[in-house]
Design a protein around this ligand. Structure first.
Ligand SMILES: [Fe+2]
Length: 497
């Protein structure tokens, strides 16, 4: 069956779906050379429109995941992209139609998130709703694709991008927001962190009902240690965490999630700046030890993505781009019938730091730069060890949001930064970067930064490689793809050495 592409904002311009699977061997290099010491893969995943859902609109969070990977070896690059063949994808591919409908949405406007329960019928009974479309990260020799609390992690072969299936430890995860449909159906975080030495993955699920957050520490052998946070102050969209040598630091921010809101014909999210930001310090090495809860008087701000954290004396420094509000649509901004406005068009963020005095529990917020910034990344070999180097996509203020156009490298100790403007006049989406080390044991921050760029108006894609010695002179390598690469929110590097 063939379909017209719907006309909603979330499918236009940079969001035009990449509905095909491509294999590009020996990618064309249009500038410079691929460093011979680059050996690994840069994997990204994004929600990709395939066909209309059973209820028509297909909000981003319900679209099938598509993995894109560029792998490097001996000065050569190879690109592939493949659908994540989840149980949902396989069912709908066989039937050639959308088989899912949700209790929320169907409005055809900003209220559609398809984040409520799936309406179960004979056509989708026993099939996980999971779409694995927000992030992909290395774990125990595989790449795991994960959604935002939309389904269980899905293992992907790092070389072929073949879907290996729901991870075998999924039955040990909690259900989160949604009623499981089958054995092993669960949810997981889109932004777990991991211990680079032991491989332990620090993940969690969240729900609109207590316990609002359930922590899951997963070992590479598939063991899962679980703790329900019964002292959590309120339900929250728990999107990201910080990792320090001692703690998993989880912020409770008043970006709330509640399925009961559907009864008011609203979407699932609420922003309630009256509630305090509460920081949970959860022991990293003993999940069942004492959790320290710090109720702060931080201003109403929102950190969507963490950069990293340092502990300096009695000070806990929690770094990341700080938004003035979550970049998601709320009922105070939109009326019935309004199209969805996306992310950076409705909010802006600057690199900042929440500083917590560990003796007194006092917290303060510092703005570290005037430049709009998001999609923070670090040298992930140093997760949980403290850090010096941070990478972001930088931009300029545009109306109530921001236009993202550059790569920014910041020394987080001195705040000296380097900037390279990738996009000037031409429309382009500068996507989240990754750091790749020069050698497996190079010092922190010594290596390359790889930035995917979608020149969507010209229907072509690029990967730019920068040398961390100096990014201001521009990319040392430009790799071109002869088609528009699909929009992806997140991804990670896997080293092959
Ligand atoms: Fe995210």
């Amino acid at each position: 069956m063939s379909y017209n592409l719907p006309t909603e904002n979330s499918l236009r311009g940079p969001f035009q779906p990449m509905r095909f699977e491509a294999t590009v061997d020996e990618c064309i290099v249009t500038h410079g050379e691929i460093p011979k010491d680059l050996a690994g893969g840069f994997y990204r995943v994004g929600p990709t429109w395939k066909r209309p859902t059973k209820q028509g609109p297909n909000p981003l969070l319900s679209m099938d995941g598509m993995v894109q990977a560029i792998t490097f070896e001996d000065g050569e690059a190879n690109f592939k992209n493949r659908w994540v063949r989840t149980p949902k994808y396989v069912l709908e591919a066989a039937r050639k139609q959308g088989m899912f409908e949700w209790e929320d949405g169907g409005f055809g406007d900003w209220r559609d998130t398809a984040y409520g329960e799936v309406k179960r019928d004979a056509g989708n009974l026993g099939v996980s709703r999971g779409v694995a479309n927000i992030n992909i990260f290395p774990f125990a020799g595989e790449m795991l694709a994960s959604s935002e609390q939309g389904g269980p992690p899905i293992a992907i072969d790092p070389i072929t991008l073949e879907t290996r299936g729901i991870v075998p430890w999924s039955p040990k995860l909690s259900a989160g927001l949604h009623t499981p449909a089958a054995y092993g159906d669960a949810t997981f975080s889109a932004h777990p962190k991991w211990d680079p030495d032991t491989g332990v993955l620090y993940g969690w699920t969240y729900s609109d009902e207590a316990p609002y957050v359930v922590m899951h520490y997963v070992s590479p052998d598939g063991t899962v240690d679980t703790r329900e946070l019964w002292d959590a102050p309120y339900n929250t969209v728990a999107h990201d965490i910080w990792l320090t040598p001692e703690w998993v630091v989880m912020p409770f921010q008043p970006f709330l999630v509640d399925k009961k809101r559907f009864a008011k014909e609203s979407n699932i999210w609420e922003w309630n700046p009256e509630l305090p930001i509460v920081i949970a310090l959860i022991p990293r090495h003993d999940l069942h030890g004492e959790i320290r809860w710090i109720t702060t008087d931080l201003p109403a701000q929102y950190i969507m993505h963490t950069m990293s954290a340092n502990v300096v004396g009695n000070e806990l420094q929690l770094d990341g781009p700080i938004f003035n509000r979550p970049p998601f649509p709320f009922e105070q901004d939109f009326a019935a019938g309004d199209d969805i406005a996306l992310f950076f068009s409705i909010a802006k963020s600057h690199l900042g730091r929440w500083v917590i005095d560990l003796e007194t529990g006092k917290a303060k917020s510092e703005q570290l730069s005037d430049r709009p910034s998001e999609l923070p990344k670090v040298d992930e070999r140093h997760y949980g060890k403290g850090y010096e180097w941070g990478y972001q996509v930088g931009g300029v203020v545009k109306r109530s949001g921001m236009k993202m156009n550059s790569l920014v490298v910041t020394n987080m100790k001195t705040m000296a930064d380097q900037v390279y403007e990738i996009r000037q006049d031409q429309p382009a989406a500068v996507l989240e970067a990754t750091f790749a080390p020069r050698k497996i044991d190079s010092p922190e921050g010594d290596g390359y930064i790889i930035v995917p760029v979608s020149w969507w108006a010209e229907k072509r894609g690029e990967y730019l490689i920068f040398d961390t010695h100096d990014i201001t002179q521009g990319p040392i390598t430009r790799i071109e793809l002869p088609f528009q690469i699909g929009w992806t929110p997140h991804g990670h590097w896997m080293d092959f050495r």
